[in-house]
Design a protein around this ligand. Structure first.
Ligand SMILES: Nc1ncnc2c1ncn2[C@@H]1O[C@H](COP(=O)(O)OP(=O)(O)O)[C@@H](O)[C@H]1O
Ligand SMILES: [Mg+2]
Length: 375
């Protein structure tokens, strides 16, 4: 009988048992090493379970420390515990204006929004109306709040939301997540204090913690003995170097599995992991190009074109290309910034009897960087 080419026989998946456990948005059934953060979140939302008003929460910490997954986990549990509670998760990368966010909330509350575009203030009144009729307790999560277009837009939005919480009889809970611990400092002080009634800080994972997390995810995702022994420790060490970022580690493990599968290998070996690091690092580094200021971009462009290049030579080319070049010291700071973002690496190399110089090279592909710079 002819078998469809997508229909693999039992046992043919040598590497993966279930890849879904490695998806970045997957929420595991338990989260290791986040007990105290989870307890703080539970404390903040506990009143909802008892019919009261929760504390507004501000969650902060660097990338990959488990902010998103922990907030989702706690609110999933709350929804399971109390059928009154219902969460709306919005990532401000996608919903990046006051208009888009209020519309999504109004929609979540069941407000009928007409097809013709409404002005933002009209949407706000629709949202208020719907809030009065709603028969559940809404909890709004605004993730990556710093991605909202600009500061005015986000403080207006937060002001709108806090106004509802303070003055309406029907209230809702709010969880704000940001990588930037100083996010609330930029807001006006009244908004700030009611927004962050509770602040939960997520610290980077240690290498040992990342190793535990990886082991758990790998147990579900991979076939028994599909990973050669060194893979998890090396992936954990790499992620620790990247600032304790669990996402980098999980993504690398997943890509390594994919690579092994593609090669039809028996096991995931270190060489597959190395290839995966390259992919993961270059993708995550390239995301930072858009965040650079124009001076940093100018420096990166020269490095991209001439990599590897000695720092002195790089500075000469920079001066030649700029009308008002900045000092060598400033440019050297830019290079440090580019290094932190993992876009370039600088190595001290010996020039024989002429001493030492910093040689700067691009960590990712030249074409990809130049494309990001011109897009
Ligand atoms: N304690 C943990 N146990 C299992 N997986 C975790 C844990 N912490 C983070 N992760 C996973 O690591 C990745 C990054 O976590 P995430 O919550 O997205 O970080 P953040 O929002 O802080 O950038 C996600 O895939 C998440 O599922
Ligand atoms: Mg997140």
């Amino acid at each position: 009988m002819k078998r469809n080419i997508f229909d693999k026989a039992e046992g043919e998946d040598r590497i993966f048992k279930d890849e879904r456990y490695l998806y970045p948005e997957f929420v595991p059934e338990r989260l290791s090493h986040r007990d105290s953060e989870i307890n703080s979140l539970v404390y903040a939302f506990n009143p909802v379970a008892k019919g009261g008003k929760p504390h507004n929460v501000f969650v902060t910490g660097t990338t990959g420390t488990g902010k998103t997954v922990s907030v989702k986990y706690v609110l999933n549990e709350l929804e399971e515990y109390s059928d009154r509670a219902k969460k709306l998760y919005l990532n401000c990368f996608e919903y990046n204006s006051r208009h888009a966010i209020l519309a999504a909330i109004a929609n979540f509350l069941g407000a009928p929004l007409p097809r013709r575009g409404l002005a933002t203030d009209e949407i706000y009144s629709k949202m208020l109306e719907a809030m009065k009729k709603v028969d559940f307790f809404p909890i709004i999560i605004l993730d990556e709040i710093d991605q909202i277009m600009n500061a005015t837009e986000s403080s207006n939005l937060l002001y709108d939301l806090l106004r509802v919480i303070e003055y309406q009889r029907n209230r809702f809970g709010l969880a704000i997540i940001s990588n930037d611990p100083a996010f609330t400092a930029k807001l006006d002080s009244r908004v700030k204090s009611s927004l962050a009634e509770e602040t939960v800080v997520f610290n980077p994972y240690t290498p040992i913690q990342i190793k535990d997390i990886l082991k758990e995810r790998a147990n579900y995702a991979f076939q028994r003995s599909a990973l050669s022994e060194e893979v998890i420790p090396v992936a954990a060490a790499h992620a620790a170097k990247r600032g304790g970022d669990a996402r980098v580690a999980i993504e690398a493990l997943w890509k390594a599995g994919r690579e092994a599968e593609r090669e039809n290998a028996e096991k995931v070996e270190l060489k597959h992991l190395k290839k995966a690091f390259e992919l993961v690092d270059s993708v995550s580094a390239l995301k930072h190009v858009k965040e650079l200021d124009n001076n940093e971009k100018a420096v990166l462009k020269i490095i991209a074109e001439f990599s590897p290049i000695a720092s002195g030579e790089m500075y000469e080319k920079y001066c030649a290309s700029e009308k008002e070049p900045l000092s060598q010291r400033r440019v050297s700071e830019f290079i440090t910034n580019l290094e932190k973002r993992n876009l370039v690496s600088a190595a001290l190399i010996s020039m024989g009897n002429k001493g030492k110089t910093r040689q700067i090279s691009l960590t990712t592909s030249k074409e990809a960087v130049l494309k990001e710079l011109t897009d």
